[in-house]
Design a protein around this ligand. Structure first.
Ligand code: EPZ
Length: 418
């Protein structure tokens, strides 16, 4: 196992070139088996979740190679419709492979992905939608078996804008017979990226980014080379780190409207934010003020994937903040680790009440999930003294070159074996 050793209190300065978005690249990899032709995804981030998804595709019989930062998928020989349970446990979001497997093979067998450190994460909306498209589903001993004589278009109404369910519906309806109208779709920018990717393969999808998406089934899809959008959660993580440490950084490759509410909240803290085209610059000086209230919501609301990071920031501001997590049941598990650093936070259910202490102090803490781990690094960077952050495997799932990028900005951060 490895850990970070971080000397806190350094101001950050410089420019961050963003990675491709983890939550776009994963559904694009799932979509790559919808054609037997070659698919190339440019600049795929070197993160564990992408490696795990590549392994899933290889288990299905596809040839997956990494070359110069790109990932190349040739799935002409893919023939298997089963995903090993070890891999669905490791990568919960593999559940949207159901849509691709059903389109390609008309059948799919996966283990129930189950909950994880941030919540129960049921898949009832996924299964409801697949049944509307003509899929027969049986569940036994923790496995889900799906098969469809023929996938046909349908009217689907989601009563919650689930990102994964929306992606599964696009992947299952893209070559179904007839038209599918999805109402109540998730509006995240990563859904727009998936629509654009599928349309570049010959699909006929319109409306992504709004809550009504129309999919006209097509007979076949061809290969494509694409460059996914940049990672808005990585961008937000670095902006929050700069706010916590003080200094001035610029993130490049991001559309400001994709993290509009975060920028609004950082201004509320007292940071100066300048945006120009695909660049966002932040200046943070002196002690910041707490946000009065932050509630996570589906896009365009405040992103749940930045909740832990802004809670860590507020812990070191002055004043009080109310942080409400509306998306996941248990997404405050990182709080006890922040409390070891002096944070004054009280959690009741889905609400965290933060009393800013002005400054945290170093401690030895352990990451328990991806974004909670990033929050601990942010807290350590802004804290007084030395911290250690253990169990980096969670952070490695979603942040490529995290230490190198922070070091380049002036942080004192070393990765050492435990
Ligand atoms: C995606 O997860 C992201 N993952 C998550 O990012 C992100 O937090 C989440 O969307 C919300 O934005 C990927 O894109 C790979 P949901 P997903 O389905 O699809 C409930 C990260 O840190 N729900 O929108 O699993 C569910 O319980 C990860 O990068 C049902 O009730 O999210 C949750 O409360 C973490 N039934 C809410 O919807 C269902 O069938 C949001 O889930 C599906 C979901």
């Amino acid at each position: 196992m490895e850990k970070y050793v971080i000397e806190g209190g350094r101001r950050l300065a410089g420019r961050v070139m963003l990675q491709s978005a983890k939550n776009s690249v994963l559904p694009l990899l799932a979509a790559s088996i919808l054609t037997e032709k070659r698919v190339t995804i440019r600049e795929a981030p070197a993160i564990a979740d992408v490696a795990c998804m590549a392994q899933i595709l290889r288990e299905l019989g596809a040839k997956v190679t990494f070359s110069g930062g790109d990932v190349i998928i040739d799935s002409a020989d893919a023939c298997c419709h089963e995903i090993p349970s070890s891999l669905t446990r490791e990568l919960r979001s593999s559940v949207f492979m159901l849509g691709s497997l059903l389109t390609r093979f008309k059948r799919a067998l996966i283990a129930y992905p189950g909950g994880c450190d941030i919540g129960l994460r049921p898949i009832d909306l996924h299964l409801f939608a697949l049944r509307r498209l003509g899929v027969n589903i049986s569940e036994r001993d923790g496995f889900i078996f799906c098969e469809a004589e023929k996938l046909h278009g349908a009217e689907i109404l989601l009563d919650f804008p689930s990102v994964g369910a929306t992606e599964n519906i696009l992947l299952a309806a893209v070559m179904a017979e007839g038209r599918t109208t999805l109402t109540g779709a998730a509006k995240e920018p990563e859904i727009v990226d998936l629509q654009n990717f599928l349309n570049a393969m010959g699909a006929r999808i319109a409306g992504a980014g709004t809550d009504v998406i129309e999919i006209e089934g097509v007979k076949e899809l061809h290969g494509v080379t694409c460059r996914p959008m940049k990672d808005r959660i990585e961008a937000g993580t670095f902006l929050i780190a700069a706010a916590a440490c003080g200094g001035e950084i610029e993130v490049v490759g991001i559309r400001p409207e994709n993290i509009r509410l975060l920028l609004h909240k950082l201004r509320e803290n007292g940071c100066k934010i300048h945006t120009k085209n695909d660049k966002i610059r932040i200046e943070s000086r002196g002690t910041l003020r707490c946000n009065r209230r932050i509630e996570t919501m589906p896009f365009p609301g405040f992103p749940t994937d930045l909740q832990a990071q802004v809670t860590a920031l507020n812990a070191s501001c002055t004043g009080c903040a109310l942080i409400v997590e509306n998306l996941f049941e248990t997404r405050f598990k990182y709080v006890p680790e922040l409390q070891k650093m002096g944070a004054d936070i009280e959690v009741k259910g889905r609400t965290a009440f933060v009393r800013g202490t002005g400054r945290l102090h170093g401690a030895c803490v352990t990451a328990g999930d991806l974004r909670g781990g990033a929050a601990l690094v942010i807290a350590a960077l802004g804290a007084e003294g030395t911290s250690e952050v253990l169990d980096l495997s969670h952070i490695d799932r979603g942040y490529a070159d995290f230490r190198a990028k922070l070091k380049k900005l002036g942080a004192s951060i070393r990765r050492v074996s435990v």
